[in-house]
Design a protein around this ligand. Structure first.
Ligand SMILES: Cc1cc2nc3c(=O)[nH]c(=O)nc-3n(C[C@H](O)[C@H](O)[C@H](O)COP(=O)(O)OP(=O)(O)OC[C@H]3O[C@@H](n4cnc5c(N)ncnc54)[C@H](O)[C@@H]3O)c2cc1C
Length: 217
């Protein structure tokens, strides 16, 4: 997936549009009400790519090739890509490790349980930082005790949050027309009143599924 700024030529105001073709999608959204700027998100299904992530020209070339011939606003988005100086490009991937702790090394946030886009990575990272700092304070700086407590307190919570964000790629870039239509139908349903409440409860359950301790600071 790639993200970069584009001019707000669709005059969007705190809303976004998704356009999908089999295996690729473009999102243009305005999230802060700035009348001039919008963000573009390009997502495509792919085998693992080999490229130099520091070579912005190569990254732009990959994107231009993958999105060539696509309809909707893509010609304007690809034009903006040529000028963009803020291109983010990476695979949609999650981090799953067996242990968060080894000796004096402890994994926190994305390093230990990155959930990727469409999820709660920021919240989980902040909760993880709170628990780790709190356990260190509680253990008087004994990192062995603190790391073990941190790991056992955060592991299941982080796993639960990863579970609800594991679908970002297939959501944005279904492989066939039929899957695009069924995605649209499903999300129309989920946005309907009774189901929207259920959807929200499901997210809140994962986000709050941890009992936080009060720490001495
Ligand atoms: C496209 C996209 C959309 C997302 N959308 C959402 C969302 O809507 N909601 C959500 O909750 N989460 C979202 N996330 C996930 C969220 O961004 C991460 O889960 C969160 O930023 C993790 O925080 P972190 O502190 O663990 O890692 P990071 O935010 O990655 O921070 C790590 C920092 O370490 C720095 N660093 C790396 N190596 C070194 C080094 N050797 N020395 C010094 N510094 C170094 C990096 O520059 C970086 O600043 C999204 C992620 C992506 C990629």
């Amino acid at each position: 997936m790639a993200g970069f700024d584009v001019p707000n030529h669709l005059a969007l105001d705190r809303t976004g549009r998704v356009y999908s073709e089999p295996g690729r999608a473009a999102v243009v959204g305005n999230y802060d009400g700035d009348p001039d700027r919008a963000g573009a998100l390009l997502v495509f299904r792919s085998e693992e790519l080999s490229y130099d992530r520091r070579d912005v020209t190569a990254v732009k070339r990959i994107l231009a090739e993958r999105f060539a011939g696509m309809g909707w606003e893509l010609p304007a988005v690809l034009k903006a890509l040529e000028e963009a100086d803020d291109v983010y490009f990476d695979a949609i991937a999650q981090i799953h490790v067996d242990r968060l702790v080894k000796g004096r090394v402890v994994l926190l946030g994305d390093a230990g349980y990155g959930a990727t886009m469409g999820g709660m990575g920021t919240g989980v990272a902040i909760v993880g930082a709170y628990v780790l700092a709190g356990e260190l304070a509680l253990a008087g700086g004994d990192f062995r005790v603190a790391f073990a407590e941190y790991e056992s307190r955060i592991r299941d919570f982080a796993k639960g949050c990863q579970k609800i964000s594991g679908n970002a790629g297939p959501f944005f870039a279904p492989p066939t027309e039929r899957r695009i239509r069924s995605r649209d139908r499903m999300y129309r349903l989920l946005a309907s009143r009774p189901l929207a409440r259920f959807f929200k409860r499901m997210t809140e359950k994962a986000a709050t599924d941890i009992k936080l301790r009060e720490y001495p600071f």
